[in-house]
Design a protein around this ligand. Structure first.
Ligand SMILES: Nc1ncnc2c1ncn2[C@@H]1O[C@H](COP(=O)(O)OP(=O)(O)OP(=O)(O)O)[C@@H](O)[C@H]1O
Ligand SMILES: [Mg+2]
Length: 387
């Protein structure tokens, strides 16, 4: 097994196959058909594909819940059934299976006990997670009364209770409202920044596009495409230039320059439309500002503190104090390519056209202290709280 600079792969599948058979061992469905892939440490990896393409089956094999029919599969350097890997994994199943008569606090406490966490750790983590997923207001209501999205939020909290290094999420945003969806995406980006490895399955293309470093697209149990968002999505044959509103004379000058330098015509000039997601957020933020009441989920808060990696440098300082070698830093994720400069593009025919950045670039991972972004803005009075 060859390792990347970050260490051995978190998942390595070679020729992985799952055939579901009937009672007479006759093949009924080839769910996963000889797929090869690797998930590297600290990577957010997307499994994309239409209904029935084999996403959940692949995940269940990684979890050791289903046995592969053929092929090799290693998870965190062990066989998937190996109990040593279980405590290092968090899993959100496709359907939220929660005990109807327990409330969210009891639910989380129950899972925390399964991981052998002590009483005070359980109490702290349950509180922080409920606040993070916006359920602290309904912490004492039985889960059986929850809406689908509220149950999904609790499922996500449950998947994080053991502070897993490898998080597996099967359709994490199914049933969530746009705010919940945005928060989950922000949370995953933040967890990725903190060094977690995440496997995410979805058929919602925007989820995968916004969050994942690398992805595979499955169809009929086979991998049809694989790569980073940039390599799969970049349309290198076109260039988009975005600026604040320009005067018509300037647009005309730009048209002429482009025609002269590149010998091509500008195809369209228009004001971009606001995304429906942004409009929805604005409406909800306004309702919150007006203190309109809701019995549903609140909007979630900051990322639970216990999920935080130590602040940069802490481990180095400690290792110096203890006179042992400092750990290798977690390599930063590669930055997005810089957008092409307008002046460069217009400067003359000798300049080659700069490649176009992907349409919706994955948000840059923030540096320094936790960037709570949208999570923050949606939480009343959260300004100025330390992370
Ligand atoms: N327990 C099972 N017994 C028989 N066939 C199964 C079983 N589980 C899954 N399959 C079949 O395997 C194929 C892949 O199913 P899978 O649940 O992995 O798809 P998926 O990509 O997760 O789809 P979805 O987006 O609908 O969740 C389907 O044809 C499905 O019918
Ligand atoms: Mg599925």
């Amino acid at each position: 097994m060859s390792g990347s600079p970050n260490g051995p792969p978190v998942v390595e599948a070679v020729g992985l196959t799952k055939v579901f058979s009937d009672f007479w061992f006759r093949a009924r469905a080839v769910a996963v058909d000889s797929i090869d892939f690797r998930i590297e440490p600290h990577e957010i990896f997307g499994l994309l594909g239409p209904n029935g393409s084999g996403k959940s089956t692949t995940i269940k094999m990684i979890l050791g819940l289903l046995r592969p029919t053929r092929g090799r599969l290693q998870v965190l350097g062990h066989e998937p059934e190996d109990v040593r890997v279980k405590s290092r994994i968090g899993y959100l199943p496709e359907e939220s299976y929660l005990y109807r008569f327990l409330n969210p606090l009891e639910t989380l406490d129950y899972y925390a006990k399964l991981f052998g966490l002590d009483r005070s750790t359980r109490k702290r983590r349950c509180g922080e997670l409920l606040e993070m997923v916006g359920l602290n207001q309904v912490g004492h209501r039985p889960v059986g009364e929850f809406s689908k999205g509220m149950a999904r939020r609790l499922g996500l909290a449950q998947a994080l209770i053991n502070d897993p290094e490898f998080l597996i999420l099967d359709e994490p945003t199914s049933g969530l409202d746009p705010i919940g969806t945005r928060q989950v995406k922000d949370l995953l980006i933040e967890l990725g920044r903190r060094g977690k490895t995440i496997l995410l399955s979805s058929h919602l293309l925007a989820d995968v596009e916004d969050v994942c470093d690398r992805m595979v697209v499955l169809y009929g149990g086979r991998i049809r495409a694989e790569g980073t968002g940039d390599t799969l999505l970049a349309d290198t044959g076109r260039t988009v230039i975005e600026t604040p509103r320009l005067r018509p004379e300037t647009v005309e000058a730009v048209r002429r320059t482009i025609a002269q330098s590149e010998g091509v015509a500008v195809e369209s000039v228009h004001a971009p439309r606001q995304r429906l997601e942004d409009l929805f957020m604005k409406i909800v933020e306004q309702a919150r500002a007006e203190q309109a009441s809701t019995s549903g989920a609140l909007h979630g808060g900051r990322v639970a503190e216990f999920l935080a990696a130590e602040p940069e440098g802490t481990e180095v300082v400690r290792s110096l104090a203890e006179d042992r070698p400092a750990p290798a830093p977690v390599p930063a994720k590669p930055a997005q390519p810089a957008a092409p400069d307008l002046s460069e593009l217009l400067s003359g025919p000798s300049q080659p056209a700069a490649p176009q950045p992907p349409r919706t670039a994955k948000p840059e991972a923030p540096k320094g202290p936790v960037d709570r972004g949208l999570l923050d803005r949606l939480v009343d009075g959260d300004e100025g709280r330390s992370t």
